[in-house]
Design a protein. Structure first.
Length: 347
């Protein structure tokens, strides 16, 4: 989910609209256009295919599904209805888009839908073992890694921590499920370093703590485990810079979030810069060696009074959001880009 690049453009989902922004050079950060979405739909994930010039947006709510847009003009091309599309992945080499649908509850039979990356037409429906939490692509090996969770309960409220996770490995060209890798904890997100043949998994080990687990993508052997200064939320995919071997993971810390910067080869936590608010997504600019992090902007504390007793609530964003630009090697903040329309939902 997230902010995506296409020919010098940064595209972010903001509230119920897409914003196409030039954000490559300082002083050239203007919003070019916004593309309205239906009032009943909330964007939950977004991907861009740079070869076809298509933007794919997954939305929840009434009339939800996956919409295909022309990135340059913003023209809507197709919409595929789905009950709860949660994760998206584009494989430009195979020309496929993979959509993970969580359905409506634990009794759902979970599946992925494989779309054509130019037309958005569904090509194949793929059964998976559990609810999709995240997907990652190894373009070098033509493999798709899908983090799934199986809930051992009959209803959502009864689930609690009673669940199991695994990584299912798919062939990116045909969509066949090849094998499954066991992972500890409850997987919140997954990413891949194709150059080093590594999987990076964010696993929630408690209600307040998570770990970054680095595995060998071929054997499933765990090479490094690093605690994160925060709680990794589902649908928050780690961002991998294969050039530097760095992984960027956003985790919640009241009253904001930190972005953990991990070196995959040593397992060392390089830095953990604090953001202004909740992180909506991250994107990598290889050419400039920088990371774009969209956040909600400043947060205000909230308290609910129940029976005369004040109960703290999660802070709420106030004002507009921003995009923080970090150095891709050190995690150092280079600059910020203010957003004028609303706080970002995706980047």
């Amino acid at each position: 989910m997230g902010l995506r690049w296409w020919r010098g453009l940064a595209v972010a989902a903001i509230g119920i609209a897409l914003a196409v922004t030039v954000a490559r050079q300082p002083g050239n950060d203007s919003v070019l256009r916004t593309i309205p979405l239906a009032q009943t739909q909330t964007p939950v994930n977004m991907q861009i295919d740079t070869r076809t010039g298509r933007t794919f947006v997954a939305t929840s709510g009434a009339g939800g599904g996956v919409a295909t847009f022309d990135t340059r003009s913003g023209r809507a091309l197709r919409r595929v209805p789905m009950p709860n599309p949660a994760v998206l992945l584009v494989d430009e080499q195979s020309g496929h888009v993979f959509v993970g649908d969580r359905g409506s509850g634990p009794a759902t039979t979970y599946h992925l839908t494989m779309l054509d990356a130019r037309s958005g037409i569904p090509l194949r429906r793929i059964s998976i073992a559990g609810a999709p939490e995240g997907m990652a692509l190894d373009a070098h090996g033509a493999r798709v890694y899908v983090a799934v969770t199986t809930y051992q309960c009959a209803t959502w409220p009864a689930c609690g921590g009673n669940s199991m996770s695994q990584i299912e490995v798919l062939d990116a060209r045909g969509g066949q499920v090849l094998r499954a890798l066991a992972v500890p904890g409850q997987v919140a997100a997954v990413a891949v370093d194709g150059r080093r043949h590594l999987l990076i998994v964010v696993s929630n080990v408690s209600d307040t703590a998570s770990e970054i687990i680095v595995l060998d993508a071929l054997s499933g052997h765990v090479t490094h485990v690093a605690p994160t200064p925060g709680y990794g939320l589902p649908q928050r995919a780690p961002l991998v810079d294969e050039t530097t071997g760095r992984v960027f993971v956003a985790g919640s810390i009241f009253p904001g979030e930190r972005v953990s910067v991990l070196d995959t080869e040593s397992g060392r936590l390089v830095s953990a810069p604090r953001m202004a608010g909740w992180v909506a997504g991250m994107a990598l600019d290889n050419q400039m060696g920088q990371i774009f992090v969209a956040d909600s902007g400043p947060l205000a504390p909230r308290v609910m009074v129940h029976g005369g007793v004040p109960i703290p609530l999660p802070p709420a964003p106030i004002g507009a959001g921003r995009v923080a630009v970090l150095d891709a090697r050190s995690g150092r903040l280079r600059r910020t880009i203010p957003l004028t329309a609303s706080r970002p939902a995706l980047l």
